[in-house]
Design a binder for this molecule. Sequence first.
Ligand code: UT7
Length: 312
Amino acid sequence: MTNDDLSLLVETSDEWIRTRTGIRKRHLATTDLSLSELSAQAATQAIAMANLTANDVDLIILATSTADDLFGSAAKVQAILQANRAVAFDLTAACSGFVFGLITASQFIRTGVYKNVLVIGADILSRWVDWSDRSSCVLFGDGAGAVLCQGSTDEDRLLGSAMYSNGEQHEALNIGYDGTGKKLKDGITVNQGTYKPITMKGRDVYRFAVEKVPEVIEKALFNAQLTTDDVDWLILHQANQRIIDSVAKRLKIPPQKVIANLDEYGNTSAASIPLALDEAVRQGKIKPGEIIASSGFGAGLTWGAVIFRWGI
Ligand code: UT7
């Protein structure tokens, strides 16, 4: 779906969207594609790249805010993959979900509980976008990405991390529940309804991102006993090219070390970091042993960073 396509839906233009966000187009899931199937496609490719089979996977963490089922979609992904030994659960932290998932995976690996952990970031936000709201509908796209994290006896490649939440700013970005009372009997009324489309205070989220993302990356680098000079690649959640440029500038990381693909995909929420990582690895940009600084940020509000050494 291009910017020009969107300008037929709402009062906007390719020029406005490109200059304010850096986005040129976004990919939208077809009506019959489930989040579980999209996730499983990404997961299959990650397992193959790791030279493993689905049976080797011990744990599946599905970072998503748009599960097919409010009870979770991770177990469905496990079934599609036939990852018969794996336990699977969803993790909801909006656009921070993939980074939170990676850090969660590392805890299970470090404690020796699990060896092979699949972390999937996937979202189909097109199902929750208000397609008449030009201030938000131009931003989002659908996607899925996955990594296979494997315990190793020679080196812990998750070098540092940091995570934060601030529920005081919860109203800045929501897919809120909206229900009304349904009386079951005198004195007992329950609330029944569904979720409303995305609402967003764009400027507040923008300000939050440019302030907190450099801080959290510096904190994660400090925990890793590294500096920005040690970073080979910066991969931020792909929300807005201006946010990416501002964060890189503040950290004094040169543009040639910054990976961005939101011009093609828009903001794919929990999928954006693994999508960008996967493309950069497959293009041969990211090489084994290189150090990646990554940060996710978004609804909650939540934000986090992870510093890791690429292992394949
Ligand atoms: O995963 C995290 C998800 N959220 C984000 O990352 C959002 C972060 N925020 C942003 O990326 C930016 O705030 C936006 C891209 C959402 C908006 O950019 P902005 O530079 O902050 O624009 P604005 O909201 O201050 O709006 C400027 C003008 C307004 O018109 P007036 O009031 O100045 O006349 C808006 O009504 O642009 C107007 N506008 C648009 N015009 C054309 C807002 N959306 C559009 C649009 N096309 N799509």
